[in-house]
Design a protein around this ligand. Sequence first.
Ligand code: ES4
Ligand code: ZN
Length: 365
Amino acid sequence: MALRRIAVHFYELNRAMEIASFIRSLPKAELHVHIEGTLEPEMMFDLAARNGIDLPFATVEEVREAYEFSDLQAFLDIYYRGAAVLVTEQDFFELMLAYLERAVADGIRRAEIFFDPQAHTERGIDFSVFMGGFADAIDAARERWGISAGMIMCFLRHLPGDAAVDTWNLAAPFVHRMIGVGLDSSEVGNPPEWFAEVYARARSAGLHAVAHAGEEGPPAYITGALDTLRVERIDHGVRCEEDRALVERLVRERIPLTMCPLSNVELRVFDRLEDHNIKRLLDRGVRVTINSDDPAYFGGYVLDNFVATVEALDLDRNDIVALARNSIGATFLPDDEKAALLEELAETGAALEPGAPEPTQNEKG
Ligand code: ES4
Ligand code: ZN
């Protein structure tokens, strides 16, 4: 009956809104977002016009229609083309500020943000241009909204290890504005071991290390990133499940996985969100987190990723709080700042759940 259907519809809508506001209210960190992947079509058009750059699209609608990807490479081709509208320091400033404002709206308190310097230096844009814009936006966002952010410089793995070392040398005057290095772009056929030299240099300079691994590539790339690059977190890591000993190691060594559920569906890593392994890994004790990857391309920011995953995998409140806790625990923040956010999370998580049992010792970690 129509009335009953409408009633059910409103009940579900209300429930979805309640879940969304619960998730929004929890302090969280975003640990896997490519700043170039936050370029919304509207801004892409504005910047293309401002900088006199031709786009192969006539309207914002046409851009969105083109966002249909068969795999990672199909996406990357469009992503690098989009990034080419970024030219001036002001462009990079506006991009970063817009992302941080959006993150604040989702309840993100700390963001550790990837950028791809080689996507810009290859076009003749100097480090000082993008680093200046990013750093000013991060400072402005902290002033305006209180959000804390750090930058992670990624090397493009489809380019040679030597090119990464050249990039590291160009980055020298700006290393103090970075918290770490990462590895991204086309994974299959480009193993982590090729980047051992540049990672060794970055680690000796005191930077943290992360790497994309096991998104499309085999579990051996996850092991390689851990053993050869000595990374502290794995970005994606969905294919760890194919290696039982590796999953046990991730649990034992408490290695965070920065997962991106909507990205994985858009890039056909999983056919449907219902097939995603994040809940299974969470239940096995892996330190998984939810992130947005390239939100302007994959249809959602962190809150959208949370809500869609909660619905598809039937996550409960304990799962949601555990995911938020994992995200804060996996940041590169100093221990005292981490502890303050975890404390706030414990209070918020408990306050919003009437009659909720005290978290167990195990969950407090
Ligand atoms: C990326 Cl989803 C993904 N994977 C690898 N590299 C990337 N760069 C931007 N998004
Ligand atoms: Zn990524």
